[in-house]
Each structure stands twice: as structure tokens, then as C-alpha cells.
Design a protein around this ligand. Sequence first.
Ligand code: AMP
Length: 539
Amino acid sequence: MIVEMLSGTSMDDYPLTLTSIVERAERYHADQDVISRRPSGAISRTTFGACARRARRLAGALADLGVGSGDRVATLLWNQSEHLELYFAVPAMGAVIHTLNPRLFPDELAFIVGDAQDKVIVVDESLLDVFESFRTAHDFSHVVVVNHSGDAVDTESLDYESLLSGADPVELPALDERLAAAMCYTSGTTGRPKGVVYSHRALTLHSLVAALPDQLEVSARDTVLPVVPMFHANAWGLPYAAALAGARLVLPGPRLDPESVLDLCASEHVTMTAGVPTVWMGMLAALDAEPERWELSELDRLIVGGAAVPRSMFEGFDRHGLTVIQAWGMTETAPLGAVCRRPARLDDGPRDDQYRYRTRQGVASPFFDIRARDENGQAVAWDDAAMGELEVRGPWVAASYHGGRGAENFTPDGWFKTGDVVRIDTYGCIRICDRSKDLVKSGGEWISSVDLENHLMSHPAVAQAAVIAVPDDRWGERPLAVVSLRDGATASPEELREHLAQDLAKWQLPDRFEFMEALPCTATGKFKKTELRTRFVSA
Ligand code: AMP
């Protein structure tokens, strides 16, 4: 395909597709290790070459099942080599990989698979109970089970290995770079989760930028362990970045307790790892308790994001000679948007200044435009004082949600409104100060304040309810419910928790309830959450 001469260049209009990444891994990094820890704890070893060859067979098998261009293939899998094979096969055959988060409530999963119109689903056998909880909600054409136990899969499902062994490898087709490659849902403030559909071009450019030295920094000399799940915004792009660069890839499966992750870091000589702060809090406590237990001299950096990283975490890991680097991103941004690397000007500066800098969310990635606007729509100055909502745009930023929902999150001039309220310094480094979206982020997963409030207000004794996020050492944030009861009515926190537990998952329930005569309201009748935060957050 040659650019028409009218465009004035003589460059090849080569498409930016994930197929190039798969083919590169197959050709140049064929011997590089891909290591998976199974739910049993057993380690299985394969290579990028073998994964890519199996991906070609998988593409053939899925085509035989009727999967065509643009069809969605859902995955309910951990970080494991089969998931990587699907990351390779599905986009490269022209279909769309839709990663499902097994921690969501069955009702949400049922909605999501229906909204995405998933055709086939691939499930790890350890997640079959989660699958059963929403299986009947949607008519999948085929269910494929990744089976480690050797037990026969049920008669209505297909066995992943048998499917592969019965299929011929296929030639990967030439694809348009704007074709959909992958899909992921994000929980919204109100209403149902919304789907983000990533194009080949977006994920290819994201992989290139993620691998850069001052970004996530992925090279052929790295051993990368994504603790961040492959169902969370493409595991922050690390599987594709590792395949592109030829880094060793260690996929930890479902066991993410601190000891298991540290064991794997030590035994597999991991050089970089990535995940949300909650995971590292536990690791830090384990390291503090037994500093000599793990040999981690090769572990060069821990990329931490998805929620704010407290200063104590930087200090704590520094004591063990381990470097934490904060990154910021969103499902809607594929996810990488900013990385906080200490700039050279602070190398010899006071430690206090260095820590203060590192707790910021960072400087925007290349090709990623940022701006902050106040409630009047005026751009705020980059003076580290004025606050505004962060808006972003770029080649891997969503321009809409699947099905056109959530249009209010996009500005008329084409920027995505993040819902994060920030200050930006003169160097362009972002600091998140507040959140305009009504959500609580607990252990990297969202809890909708609005959902909790609606459910609480459906209790006969409750007149008003507002839910706010309170900082929590382990989970980052936890929900706190402020409730006012109807005249003469009574309800204990236990009773309200039980009421919520009928419809919500246990980890979503507030740990703390506070009771007030009446909740403070704004002139427009909204609860004044800022006032509630001031009153209860430090209490
Ligand atoms: P998600 O789409 O689930 O990945 O969530 C994205 C949101 O997580 C962002 O809009 C922020 O509110 C929050 N977030 C992500 N990274 C950070 C960070 N480094 N610091 C504070 N909040 C973060």
C-alpha cells in the first residue's frame, strides 16, 4: 500500500497492527521464555515462538467455530500463557478479544457479555463457577475451557487443547490498522459499565511508547512480571510490549498474595513488575517482616498505578533497595497516560523534594495531550496551584464508548474527560487532587458510590444516604456511608450491610456507617460530599 503521491511523501503507508508484534515475537524472540504459574502453583514454561505458533492454530480453530472479522471472543482467564495466545490470535485474525474481569458481580458480567455481543468465550477451569453465575444470561455460540486438571469438560463445552490440536495453523491476514482489536469494560459512576474498543493502531502505538526508556521501559534484557491482570486494561500493555521487545514474560496466575509474588520475583529473576498499590502494600509488609528471605537484587523497578501511591510506599521500598515508579492511566486510555520519573534536576536535590515529586502522577506520555479545565470550561494555568478536571486526547485515547453511551464524557472538541481533578506544575507534571467522578477505588477495583446510595435509600428506614471514599492503608480507599434515618425509624449498621449484601458483592459494602440528622446539601439539592469528607475522613 503506497501513500498516494498527492499526500506529498514517498513513504510506505505500512499499517500499525498487532500482527506485526505477533510476527516479530515469532521470528525474532522465538526462544524467549513465557512462564505461567498455574492455579495449583505448578510452573509451566513455553516460549514466544510456541505461543505464536499455537496462536496461528487457535486462529484457525476459532475461524472453524465461525468467528469472523469483528466478532468478539471473550476471555475469563488469569495471567497465563493461554491468555497470551488469545491476545495474539484473536486480533491477528481480525476479531476482537474481550477480556472479562472475574471479580465483577454476576449481574454486571451478564450485562457486559450481552452488551458486547460476545460470540465465543474461553474460560479457565478455575473460573468455571464465576462463569456459571452468568452463563445463562447470554447465548454464546461456543464455550471453550482451559483445562489443567485433565478432567473431561462438560458436554456443552469444548476443550482448549483438543481444539488446538485439531486445527491447522493459518496465515495471518493483512489488516487495516483502524480495525478493532480488543475490548474492555470500565465501571461508570452511574448506570452500567461502558465498553472501550481499542484499535490495532492504538495498541501498537501504545506498545511502542510503553516500551520507551522513560516510560515503562521494556527491553530484551528484562523479565517482566505483570501482576496487573490481563483483564485490566490489557495488563497495562505489558504483554504486547514484552512481545515487541522480546522481554521474558512471567505470568503469575491467580495467586497474588505477597509471598507468592515475591517467590516468583526471586525464582524467575524478575527485573520489572507492575500492579496497583494494594498488592505492593502487602509485599512491603512481607519484606519488612523477613528482609533476608528473598533475593531481589535483579528487581530493578516496580511500576505502581491505578490508584495514588502513598509516600510511605516509596520510602518503604527504598529501604529494601527497590525503586517504585508511579504511573497514571485509565481503561479509556489503553491505559498509559503519564509516568512519574524523577527528573535529572532533582538528582542532587533534598530527599524530601524527591519524595514529593514521586508521589505525583507524572508527565504525559509522548503523543498524549493533556489539559485541565475549571468548572467554567476555562483552561487552568500550569502553576501547580489552579485546579481543573484533567482532559486528554491521543492515538490510544477513546473517542467514544461502545454503543455511543457516556457521550457526556467527551468534549465537543474531541477530548476525553477523565473525572480526575488535578494541578499541573510548570514542567507539566500532574498531581491528582480530587475526583469529580463519584466512585471509590478499593484494591484497584471500582465501587460506585451512586449504586451504594441507591441501594441504601431503598431500605425503608433510610431517608438519605451519601457514600464517600476514605483512605485505607491496605485497599487504598474504602467506602464510608453517611446515613440519615426517617423520623422514628431505626436501623443498625449490621442491618444496613445485610440489606446491601442482597444485591452487592461483599467487598463493595461500606466498612463504616455514620449517622446524621440530615445530610448537608448544595443549593441544587446534591449532597455536599466535600463537607462530609472534611468531617469524616480524618475522624
Ligand atoms: P481504571 O479505568 O479502572 O484503570 O481507572 C482509572 C482511574 O484510576 C483514573 O481516572 C484515576 O482516578 C485512577 N488512577 C489511575 N492511576 C492513578 C494514580 N497513579 N494515582 C491516582 N489515581 C490513579
